[in-house]
Write a protein that binds this ligand. Sequence first.
Ligand SMILES: Nc1ncnc2c1ncn2[C@@H]1O[C@H](COP(=O)(O)OP(=O)(O)OP(=O)(O)O)[C@@H](O)[C@H]1O
Ligand SMILES: [Mg+2]
Length: 400
Amino acid sequence: MPCNFVGPPVRGSDCYGREAFVNLVWEKLSFGHVLLASPRRFGKTSVMYRLIDEPRWDYRLVHCDLEHFLEPADLLTALVVQLSRDDVLSKIASALSYVPKKAWQGFRANVEEIEVHKLKLKLKEQIQPRWQSSGEELFDAIARSPETVVFLLDEFAVMIDEMAHLEARREDARLLLRWLRQLRQSPRIKNVRFLVAGSIGIGNVLSNLGESASMNDFEHLKLQPFSDPMADRFLQALSESHDIPLSAAVRKKVLQLIGTPVPYFLQIMFSEIAKASKERGIAPTPAAVQALYQDTVLGVDCKPYFDHYYGRMREHYDEQDEKAAKTILRTIANLGAVKRDTCYQIYRRECEGADIERFNGLMSNLENDFYVGFNSRQSAYQFSCKLLRDWWLRHYGMEG
Ligand SMILES: Nc1ncnc2c1ncn2[C@@H]1O[C@H](COP(=O)(O)OP(=O)(O)OP(=O)(O)O)[C@@H](O)[C@H]1O
Ligand SMILES: [Mg+2]
């Protein structure tokens, strides 16, 4: 039975309802590489942990979070360190010519984090001046081993995007994409798979670098929100495991309030219902749940749960696009739906030298990042989820 978790990736029985998706990922990994895309907080990392916790066949899984990496040497250092933590693969890592032998035991022994950090720095120093040959040595060694190794690269697009925005790293981003592609195509490396996951659309990141074709050998799988029946069963399961009865009417109300059933939003709603019930004795009725939604979930107490939707624009959109996007979103939040033409007019007003191509790029980013959806019948944009629209209206609806 799942427990209520708001924030960290969920594992084991806490990871609800992803069996069919996990089966699909395994099927695709049996012969190729997978690009796992979904907006923030849909449960990508939890799915990756399920793959790690319940591996299939002779596959060994190696997981790396690339979110704060800014150069190829960061990536390769992390791959070597993670390999060394695997009982079977550690021998591959320890035999690499650039691994500092004396200090190596440290990686595997149960040493202080600070020591591990120092070792990583040393290793990166070795790899940095010749990352390509270091990488080739690593993958040649893997190719000679009998195991199939799956590299789970979390937030790959964020890393490439960050590099693309730095003058000094932009060329490295291109080189890394090409180098990885060459590696995947190499006939001598048959026992390596990549599962690349990301919460920002990789398409735009690649096209901004002029490298659109560099990942066209990946099978794209999109992690969807829960279906309504699945969301209802999930709420039921949470209510049973926490002994907080939720009637069918209350569960229906929750789904109505949040709109698209993103597991994270369900967890937040349940957490607030449980707190109100246990700490304040508020019985969960449809009216009480409605009040909790308005006052708490959309209020300042829960604001940090959703702040990344606002803050990430600063990190991933350029300044003019950020300003225009916020105005467009504010207009959509206020009006419910806004024609594409009107959005374009807003964009032109906000951005000097705006052209239709840049506008298209921005709108597809907003779609990929789960802010808006496009209704082709009405040729209009709407918020992709009711909760996000309500939240945007509450906190940013009046700006400007
Ligand atoms: N299968 C699931 N069952 C239950 N809760 C889930 C599930 N998937 C995600 N969640 C909820 O969403 C939260 C985030 O999950 P996770 O870290 O896996 O998402 P993510 O897509 O990797 O997020 P991010 O893009 O921010 O890295 C969890 O703390 C949990 O509340
Ligand atoms: Mg994640």
